[in-house]
Design a protein around this ligand. Structure first.
Ligand code: ZN
Length: 336
């Protein structure tokens, strides 16, 4: 049927060739080199989808993979559980997506999520003072996390001080790690920006950000969308605020990453069309949405994670919910 092979580039009658765990060709079928083995289907091919915000321990990895998500970034779970799982998930016969993990959320004593029902003991790592904050990052960094996460939730307890935040950022950056934050409550996004953080783990929903702040964010930070947790398909004031912020962030050229916060409420595993529809409402076109959802278009050299959809997402984004084929690491892992 077709394939997404470059930014703004979809081809009809497409072929994708894999060798080992890499793509070696993606383009028009008539141009494809001879293959040893072939599977054919009436699919539109896109890369495996990346969910940048999950809590895999609260979901079913198998359903995540068969739903088209081949890479999931876990943003807070007890380190003794999540890091071993992330290791195991690298094997391409693991029944789930490849998992990258932040480990625990670094937070103030008594801060979010230490008193939250969803979070098992150890999901929050409490620190007090810049030295302890830096030492906590060193400890987490030794376990090979994909990112460092901090909590700045002023609505659920005390938050880290500016000095602690700066210590987290400087230490993480020394380890070559980015820092992402849960920001909630007035002024917390500004504090994250000021301390040198790299990403917001949720699009801000508790306050309308000023245009100046949005522009500064767009220059220096990325935003993980997680829009549908404010709505679950309904229209809510929180969703309205988040969409308003994201719309201006996108217009200012800010980098948006698709993320669902899977595990939080009624978010379905796999590609979540509800989240995609909200991104569309925020003004993103099909190509921008696919870029937010993947590491790269299908092209030679990239990881052989491929998803076959029953229809063309450039005609209707609802096609993203109709997954018929999932290839992870060069192996067919699920086919309808
Ligand atoms: Zn979360």
């Amino acid at each position: 049927m077709g394939a997404w092979v470059g930014s703004g580039e979809a081809v009809d009658a497409a072929a994708v060739m894999l060798e080992g765990s890499r793509i070696t060709f993606a383009g028009a079928a008539w141009q494809a080199p001879e293959a040893d083995e072939e599977i054919r289907g009436d699919w539109f091919l896109i890369p495996g989808v990346v969910d940048h915000h999950v809590h895999i321990g609260l979901s079913d990895p198998r359903a995540v993979l068969s739903g088209g998500v081949t890479f999931a970034r876990d943003l807070a779970w007890p380190p003794e559980d999540i890091f071993p799982l992330a290791d195991i998930s690298q094997a391409t016969d693991f029944e789930g997506p490849a998992i990258a993990a932040a480990g625990p959320m670094i937070t103030a004593r008594g801060g979010y999520p230490t008193r939250s029902g969803w979070a098992p003991a150890g999901t929050g790592l409490e620190v007090s003072g810049p030295e302890e904050a830096a030492a906590a990052v060193d400890r987490v960094a030794a376990q090979d996390p994909s990112v460092i996460k901090v909590s700045l939730n002023a609505e659920a307890g005390p938050t880290l001080t500016d000095a602690e935040l700066v210590a987290v950022c400087e230490t993480a950056h020394r380890h070559g790690l980015a820092v992402t934050a849960h920001t909630q409550g007035p002024g917390q996004v500004e504090r994250a920006l000021g301390a040198g953080l790299d990403e917001l783990a949720h699009c801000p929903w508790t306050e309308r950000l000023s245009d100046d702040l949005v522009e500064a964010l767009a220059r220096r930070m990325a935003i993980v969308s997680t829009l549908d947790i404010h709505s679950y398909g309904r229209d809510t004031p929180e969703l309205g605020v988040a969409l308003d912020n994201l719309r201006r962030f996108a217009a200012a050229g800010g980098r948006i990453r698709y993320g669902t916060d899977l595990g939080n409420g009624a978010i379905p595993p796999g590609i979540h069309v509800g989240e995609v529809r909200h991104l569309e409402e925020a003004g993103l076109g099909s190509d921008a949405i696919l870029r937010a959802m993947t590491f790269s278009p299908l092209r030679p050299g990239v990881e052989a994670d491929v998803v076959g959809l029953a229809a063309d997402p450039f005609e209707d984004l609802g096609a993203l919910g109709r997954v018929r084929l999932v290839v992870r690491g060069g192996t067919v892992r699920w086919a309808d």
